[in-house]
Design a protein around this ligand. Structure first.
Ligand SMILES: [Zn+2]
Length: 170
């Protein structure tokens, strides 16, 4: 699936479907925020036409699952995140006026809108969606912040000002 490029509208119109795996190490923007890049994402991308809503627009149905290791923002250790994505992405034709982008409506259901592209990198699409699905502040359900030892913050040392004050007295 790495390196696969599709003509998104044609893919959807043809009812295309591709499945495969993407190594985490092949996704540089995602790798940046991960605690480890071993493992992979299982992906399935299929085309559809929303005949009931959204003016019959074409879209892509993306499903991604995989286990990611993130950095806990509280204890600073690794924290596991089960990534499960099941998104419908409506393809907005080139030149579609902004008013046609049904943002308000989209927020209420599981639909998103992306610009249609003749050269859509499946790898980038998956990476974009996974980045959006990550928790903003990853952390364990139950953990404690790291203990800061007194010596590390210098509390046991006299401050330079206290030493100067002592000198002035003589
Ligand atoms: Zn933690």
């Amino acid at each position: 699936m790495a390196g696969v490029v599709i003509d998104s509208l044609k893919f959807a119109a043809d009812g295309g479907c591709i499945t495969g795996k993407l190594a985490l190490s092949s996704l540089p923007r995602l790798s940046d925020v991960l605690a480890g890049t071993a493992g992979c994402l299982v992906c399935e991308l299929s085309g559809f036409r929303d005949t009931d809503n959204h003016d019959g627009k074409f879209g892509l149905h993306l499903r991604v699952t995989g286990r990611l290791d993130l950095w806990c923002q509280r204890c600073l250790a690794e924290v596991e995140f089960e990534c499960v994505i099941d998104n419908h992405l409506l393809l907005m034709p080139p030149g579609a006026p902004e008013s046609e982008w049904p943002e308000e409506e989209l927020e209420s259901d599981d639909y998103d809108a992306i610009p249609a592209s003749r050269e859509l990198s499946v790898q980038s699409l998956v990476e974009d969606e996974v980045l959006l699905a990550l928790p903003i502040v990853p952390r364990h359900a139950d953990c404690l912040p790291p203990v800061v030892l007194e010596t590390e913050v210098g509390l046991s040392e006299p401050s330079p000002f206290a030493v100067l004050a002592g000198l002035k007295k003589h």
